[in-house]
Design a protein around this ligand. Structure first.
Ligand code: GDP
Length: 415
């Protein structure tokens, strides 16, 4: 058709509008259709003190009721409450997992506050790595629970970050995309908020904390620049509907007026929501996979002894490493077996000597007792003999005295 058109005179060219898509320009539609069929998944981690407004914000962002359990300030240690929701908007399905800290900031020991969060992030990476290393992998059924974004709730002190904020963010910034938020921003005045925001950003930079970087194309879009300028997002959450003029809006009612959650002049809620859901969700997921998970995977595989190059800087294959590791393990087993054998022999020898000594001791004791008993017997025998002699003497004396007595009686009678 095109060839024929070219050969026609220019004034005869008829422009036809396309009714559908043809050729490889359809490729993106295949992706869209497949994604819609599969559904999307998004995992959010909310870190912040108890009562700072985490659940309210998540409820407001996704229009759900996350606030089923009220948090208490009296947990003995920090935990994570994880809930998964299946949400749907028109024909798009979203599997949303929200992990929320419980008891964070209520601990005296700071390490006790951040360690469970670090462990949780690592555990999700480890689960994915184990799935990846399986021979029979089931990526479609597998629920990838790696955290795509960490919403870090900063207390609206209007002053600066707390040491726990810095410590925790430093511990997790290489494991997750951190998006800092000023919670309950309605409690900070407009002027204070600007100062507070710049204080936070300079403190983060000063402490070398890496927060989520918006993707930078060659020409940054106005939207991305505006988002960057508003960091950390000052957010307000509320599920309450308040009447403003003739409209019902999400907001917080105060004696002096209404704070509209979805009004960009009142707070950064809409900026955060647009960033999370409309513009950056895929980038957050990609960063999680290509940066954070990659780092974890590299570290874990190196720890297992895998490497891409040998000591001579030559590429080394997986097979070679495996063989070398197997040989090393075999030798180690042999060494340990030999050591165990030696230890066993040594123990046997020690026990043998112990038994011999004990036997000798017993023998000596026996000999001694035997001797004592013999002496005792001899002594008794002696005494017995002596007694017998005494008895004989006694009887002799008795007989003599009797005969003497009898003689005396006879003499008396004669007289
Ligand atoms: P969580 O323990 O961090 O999940 O905190 P909640 O979401 O349960 O909120 C604790 C209290 O703070 C509730 O009474 C909320 O109504 C209130 N709250 C939540 N978000 C905001 C906010 O943006 N501004 C103000 N002023 N209060 C809020």
């Amino acid at each position: 058709k095109r060839i024929r058109n070219v050969s026609q005179k220019e004034e005869n060219i008829r422009c036809l509008t396309l009714l559908g898509h043809f050729g490889f320009e359809c490729l993106p539609y295949q992706l869209v259709n497949r994604s819609i069929q599969q559904g999307f998944s998004f995992n959010v981690l909310c870190v912040g003190e108890t009562g700072i407004g985490k659940s309210t914000l998540i409820d407001t962002l996704f229009n759900i009721n996350f606030k089923e359990h009220k948090s208490s300030h009296f947990y003995s240690n920090v935990g994570l409450r994880v809930q998964t929701y299946k949400l749907q908007e028109s024909n798009v399905q979203l599997k949303l997992t929200v992990a929320e800290t419980v008891g964070y900031g209520d601990q005296v020991n700071k390490e006790a506050s951040y360690q469970p969060i670090v462990d949780y992030l690592d555990a999700q990476f480890e689960a994915y790595l184990q799935e990846e290393l399986k021979i029979k992998r089931s990526y479609f059924e597998y629920h990838d629970s790696r955290i795509h974004v960490c919403l870090y709730f900063i207390s609206p002190t209007g002053h600066s970050l707390k040491s726990l904020d810095l410590l925790t963010m430093k511990k997790i910034d290489r494991k997750v995309n951190i998006v800092p938020l000023i919670a309950k921003a309605d409690t900070v005045s407009k002027n204070d908020l600007q100062k507070f925001k710049s204080n936070i950003m300079s403190e983060l930079a000063g402490n070398g904390i890496q927060i989520y970087q918006f993707p930078e194309d060659e020409e940054p879009t106005a939207q991305m620049t505006s988002l960057k300028e508003h960091l950390p997002f000052a957010v307000v959450g509320s599920m309450d509907e308040v009447k403003v003029g003739k409209r019902m809006v999400r907001g917080r009612q105060y004696p002096w007026g209404v704070l509209q959650v979805e009004n960009e002049n009142h707070c950064d809620f809409v900026r955060l929501r647009d960033m999370l859901l409309c513009t950056n969700m895929e980038d957050l997921k990609e960063q999680t996979h290509t940066q954070h998970y990659e780092r974890y995977r590299c570290h874990r595989l190196q720890k297992m002894g895998f490497t891409d190059v040998g000591p001579d800087n030559q590429p080394i294959s997986f097979q070679e490493i495996y063989e070398a590791k197997r040989q090393e393990l075999y030798e180690q087993c042999q060494r340990e077996e030999e050591q165990l054998k030696q230890k066993f022999m040594q123990r046997v020898k020690e026990k043998e000597t112990e038994f011999k000594e004990a036997e000798k001791e017993l023998q000596d004791k026996f000999e001694h007792l035997k001797k004592v008993q013999q002496e005792e017997t001899m002594k008794l025998e002696e005494e017995r003999k002596q007694l017998e002699a005494e008895i004989i003497d006694f009887y002799k004396m008795k007989a003599a005295s009797e005969s003497l007595q009898a003689q005396t009686c006879t003499n008396t009678k004669k007289d």
